[in-house]
Design a protein around this ligand. Sequence first.
Ligand SMILES: Nc1ncnc2c1ncn2[C@@H]1O[C@H](COP(=O)(O)OP(=O)(O)OP(=O)(O)O)[C@@H](O)[C@H]1O
Length: 381
Amino acid sequence: MSDSSRPKSTGHGQAKRSTSGDNVKVVVRIRPPNEAEGERFHSVTEAISDHMLVFDPKVQRPMGFLPPNHRDVNRRRFKDLKYAFDYVFGPSSSNKDVFEQTTGSIVKGVLNGYNCSVFAYGATGAGKTHTMLGNSQEPGVIYHTMIDLYKRINEQRDEKCFDVAVSYSEVYNEQVRDLLMPRGNLPIREDKTVGVIIAGLSLHKPKSAEELLHMLHFGNKNRTQHPTDANAESSRSHAVFQVFVNQRQRCSNFNSEVKMAKMCLVDLAGSERATHTTNQGARFREGANINRSLLALGNVINALADNKFKGHIPYRDSKLTRLLKDSLGGNCHTVMIAAVSPSSRSFEDTYNTLRYADRAKHIRADVSRWAGKDLVSLLMF
Ligand SMILES: Nc1ncnc2c1ncn2[C@@H]1O[C@H](COP(=O)(O)OP(=O)(O)OP(=O)(O)O)[C@@H](O)[C@H]1O
């Protein structure tokens, strides 16, 4: 979408102009209300077009059902706040719709040798895992992305040889683990040739979509999950699915250029307000680590989004930001999917997510192709 077709901002309470550059695309997905929200709470987030939503807490709340900490919120400040994003998905959207407007447009870039990353951000229970992984009836963005990647590869098989490998890992309590071959904590290294890597992470070559789905299901079973107040099956780790693609012209000689690219699909752990949670002990520590790494991610986004900022980008403040270093600021097409609940129950979480997403629109990066390096072989041998 061109900037000129977006609604212009005229100040507070009006549409904010989306300034997503070529590299960072920001979309918001509003999930349907769940049973607990349906009757007792009202909707505070509404998609009013494909590119705009209104966050509107001025609607009268039923007495006795005010959100926790509602006094912290200055209602006039939040009145009828409109946000423009590259795309806004309403509650009836499917994972396929989200794929088409997000990775659908960047898979082509991966096959042209550009790095890509997609990450789902949002509060606990907002719909990140549903969007990225989905389930057997409604497979998520990762599945659709891989199906599209294989389809495009098959279309070009006569002219090019491709080598595709995937990995699936999690960052939990500031430790990185392999989800496909679990065996302890793994270190993050920065390699001059291939960028940021997880040393010792297993790489796999699924031969079909079914094998890939099986792999995702297996990896997800190994992922750390614990119930929270907002989600009975809350993912308490950041899950990182990576796809490495090498390609070479078929008729060229052995020394010909190898085009290489990396795609990173991340399902972040849900943010949770410490004041809102009744978690204690290990769960509290877990929540604190999640919030710490998401704060570090927010600081990196803020630094990258600030055109005037010339200082050091604080990637090293958490494992998550170290891992995403070349997916955020570096040589990468990035898509952020911000997931929100429609409900007044998650009023502050939604506001915080929208602010985070609004800030991310300003990140720009210099994207160029990686060529002449065989990433899959470098990582596998
Ligand atoms: N778009 C959607 N359509 C239908 N159900 C949804 C949708 N989004 C989320 N849900 C349901 O809401 C619940 C919470 O969603 P999900 O687990 O994806 O949240 P999350 O943001 O990943 O939370 P956490 O950070 O705690 O892991 C799940 O039962 C999920 O199936």
